[in-house]
Design a protein around this ligand. Sequence first.
Ligand code: COA
Length: 133
Amino acid sequence: MDALPNQLPNNQEPALRVMPQPHDANVHGDVFGGWIMSQVDIAGSIPAGRRANGRVATVAVNSFVFREPVFVGDLLSFYTKIVKTGRTSITVEVVVFAQRMRLADEVVKVTEATLTYVATGPDRRPRELPPLA
Ligand SMILES: CC(C)(COP(=O)(O)OP(=O)(O)OC[C@H]1O[C@@H](n2cnc3c(N)ncnc32)[C@H](O)[C@@H]1OP(=O)(O)O)[C@@H](O)C(=O)NCCC(=O)NCCS
């Protein structure tokens, strides 16, 4: 995902923006990695659900790297890109940037992940992706 130093990507809207709160911190006071993983899963499911035109289930977290710590009060922006589709699956790259303490002038890429979702039917079994509109 292209971004100049200290800037959010200027050619894309984030799928999700959220600010971690004190109850999202670990025992050291920094944000708990599991909380970030949960938000990444939610962000990735947004383009996957749109492509599937319906429900999706997360089948795999293919990669997940915490590049920099996240602090309570950072404003996080989750940018997503579908990098692969199969018969029923959608693989999404999620890149997370933090605006430190909500201020725009310090922007840090904190997390990169790739997840695979499967389009599912009402029976929760895999469902073929609809044709692209
Ligand atoms: C998602 C689920 C319905 C898939 O069922 P399944 O019987 O494993 O499905 P299949 O083997 O037919 O695979 C379906 C697709 O997922 C892909 N897939 C399966 N396992 C995968 C893995 N480990 N990594 C990447 N892709 C995977 C397959 O390649 C296939 O893709 P394609 O149709 O585009 O070629 C089933 O595994 C499930 O219900 N898992 C729990 C999902 C869930 O609850 N997630 C929330 C977290 S608890």
